[in-house]
Design a protein around this ligand. Structure first.
Ligand SMILES: C[S@@+](CC[C@H](N)C(=O)[O-])C[C@H]1O[C@@H](n2cnc3c(N)ncnc32)[C@H](O)[C@@H]1O
Length: 213
């Protein structure tokens, strides 16, 4: 696995990649999850507790891989919104979207969305992209747009399963580059009540609820 990832990064650096970054992310995810990506993301949808009629926000949605699965769970009466800073990823997500899905260019730490709107907010593998000093602001924004009683599912790399080899972009290790602090602290620091936490292949997650009052 690590050899393949190294080649992908090397091709990008050496030749000037013809892959958009989000397409590279897609390939890296497929390789990194080693055939388990679909199963892992089905589990994420279940952990987020998304059901028919729910209004759901996916933060750092890239081209909508998870959002499309959330939309299936939310059914025809549900709504799914996705936010990501990559205009290319959002354009691709919009091309694949159903009428119940909307995608917007933006960042987690400044969500251009109304207060108390969503039954569930998901954020997978995006928090390590948010600068460390802005992660609390990103969680505060997710909390603001979650309706009282609504849920958060936050997942990111499990540091214990990240390679210690050098990250080609930064010269630091993958573990140093892609590790977010304890997800439970991020969630509770924003005001969420932590319900549970655990691990999935490659990932750790926290499930939390915005208290009713
Ligand atoms: C590794 S991809 C994960 C995509 C998707 N959530 C998934 O689980 O496959 C990380 C995504 O985070 C996005 N991202 C980077 N900075 C961000 C920020 N400040 N707020 C929200 N998303 C961000 C990137 O554009 C990228 O699409």
């Amino acid at each position: 696995m690590h050899g393949t990832l190294r080649k992908l990064h090397a091709g990008k650096r050496g030749t000037g990649t013809t892959l958009d970054r989000f397409r590279l992310n897609e390939v890296v995810s497929q390789v990194a999850f080693a055939g388990r990506r679909n199963r892992v993301y089905r589990e994420i949808v279940a952990l987020a507790g998304v059901g028919p009629g729910d209004s759901v926000l996916d933060v750092g949605c890239s081209n909508g891989y998870l959002a499309r699965r959330l939309a299936v769970a939310a059914g025809p009466s549900g709504r799914v919104a996705g936010v990501d800073p990559s205009a290319a990823a959002i354009a691709d997500a919009r091309r694949r979207a159903t009428a119940a899905m909307t995608f917007t260019v933006g960042v987690a730490q400044r969500l251009d969305l109304p207060d108390a709107t969503f039954d569930a907010v998901t954020c997978t593998l995006a928090m390590h992209h948010v600068p460390a000093r802005q992660r609390a602001a990103a969680l505060a924004e997710m909390y603001r747009v979650t309706r009282p009683g609504g849920r958060l599912l936050l997942a990111d790399f499990d540091p214990g399963r990240l390679p210690l080899m050098r990250h080609p972009g930064s010269g630091r290790t993958h573990r140093a580059v892609a590790t977010v602090g304890p997800l439970t602290e991020l969630a509770s620091g924003a005001g969420y009540r932590v319900e549970s936490s655990g691990t999935l292949p490659l990932l750790r997650y926290v499930r939390a609820t915005r208290p009713e009052s």
